[in-house]
Ligand binder design. Structure first.
Ligand code: RAM
Length: 364
């Protein structure tokens, strides 16, 4: 973990120092190739950068989400340090349609790879298959597609592990009984849906959780206002609600503010960015979130970049048993994923509480 702190600090510094001279294209909110920058338009039809290097794209779930920005930052830092050109695309909405038009513009540009956090497990298949047929290497990070739409998934942490950690947090914070609700991202988000299923199967698989009642799964669509509205609706609807679990950085941040502003007795846990959650984390009544989990989103982007490079240079194809070295992040092996495709795991979910939040809030 210490190494991750260091690498995160180093990469933040590196990105800052490279901003002036870098050859990347970072289009927030752009869902097509219409506003490509000069550097990218110089790249030529085959997408190669001017120096003969390769062009690697990252497509996040949507613009306006700091988690996605951190991931893109890590991706960009690694690609540029290796002499490649990074193209960062944040679609204007967290929908499959917005991502399909981004993918199509990247195919037209002839990029060498696409690393994508999918807004829908199946709806990107035609576009991503077209990309792969055109020789573009495809991996997922954060939120996966189905196996036919990708070569490998860069998974942030084991799904069962995340489900177990969140379920145990709900158990602990409720005192082992009572009503709880989930505030998720979009209803199509493969990562949140997998984590919710893992929470449910943990709960259903052990008598220990039998006094807990999951009353609703609400969807804030990773939009701050909708997440705020959904939190308020949960509070109005369930007078005996004890805990909200938000497995999304946007949702948890919106819910934390509602609960703390309203001095609600309802408590919160889930997955949050320390930089956004520091003011809400604490063990007393004045704080809405006793503790939460996450992983390093910058490292997730860095691993996505190393994976893209390894796919493009042929070190890996994405099959089970493939091994590669992800720079200073060390060696990774591709393993079978539970959907029949393959994945690699960045690491374990990390707990943030009052004892360490100050140490992390400036990192990501
Ligand atoms: C939100 C996004 C992202 C997820 C994090 C935890 O920012 O939905 O996909 O991984 O939360």
């Amino acid at each position: 973990m210490k190494r991750r702190i260091l690498s995160a600090i180093l990469c933040a510094g590196l990105v800052a120092s490279m901003v002036m001279g870098c050859g990347s294209n970072n289009d927030s909110g752009d869902s097509n190739s219409g506003s490509d920058t000069k550097t990218e338009s110089e790249a030529g039809d085959n997408g190669d950068s001017g120096d003969g290097g390769k062009t690697y794209a990252i497509v996040t779930k949507a613009a306006g989400n700091p988690f996605n920005e951190k991931t893109a930052e890590g991706f960009q830092e690694v690609i540029e340090a290796q002499g490649g050109t990074a193209i960062v695309k944040h679609p204007e909405a967290a929908t499959a349609d917005a991502q399909v038009s981004v993918i199509q513009s990247l195919i037209s540009q002839g990029v060498d790879s696409i690393c994508i956090a999918a807004n829908d497990e199946n709806a990107l298949q035609a576009a991503l298959e077209e990309a792969m047929a055109a020789g573009i290497k495809v991996c997922c990070e954060d939120s996966k597609t189905n196996p036919d739409s990708r070569q490998v998934f860069v998974n942030q942490a084991g799904v069962a592990e995340i489900g177990q950690a969140l379920m145990d947090a709900v158990y602990d914070i409720t005192g082992g009984e009572g009503q709880w609700a989930i505030l998720s991202a979009t209803s199509q988000a493969a990562n949140q849906n997998a984590w919710i299923e893992a929470m449910k199967s943990t709960m259903e698989g052990d008598e220990k959780y039998s006094k807990l009642e999951l009353v609703e799964v609400a969807y804030g669509d990773d939009e701050p206002q909708k997440s705020t509205d959904q939190t308020q609706a949960l509070l109005a609807k369930y007078k005996d609600l004890k805990v909200i679990c938000a497995p999304t950085t946007v949702g948890i941040n919106a819910a934390a503010k509602v609960l703390q502003d309203e001095k609600s007795s309802v408590k919160l846990t889930g997955l949050g960015l320390p930089s956004e959650m520091a003011e809400y984390i604490g063990d007393d009544d004045a704080h809405s979130c006793p503790y939460m989990y996450l992983w390093n989103p910058i490292d997730l982007g860095r691993l996505g970049a190393y994976t893209s490079i390894a796919l493009v240079d042929g070190t890996i194809t994405g099959k089970e048993g493939d091994k590669f070295t992800a720079g200073d992040m060390g060696d990774y092996e591709i393993v079978a994923a539970d959907d029949g495709g393959t994945e690699m795991i960045l690491g374990a979910p990390f707990k943030f509480d009052s004892s360490n939040i100050d140490e992390w809030k400036d990192v990501y």
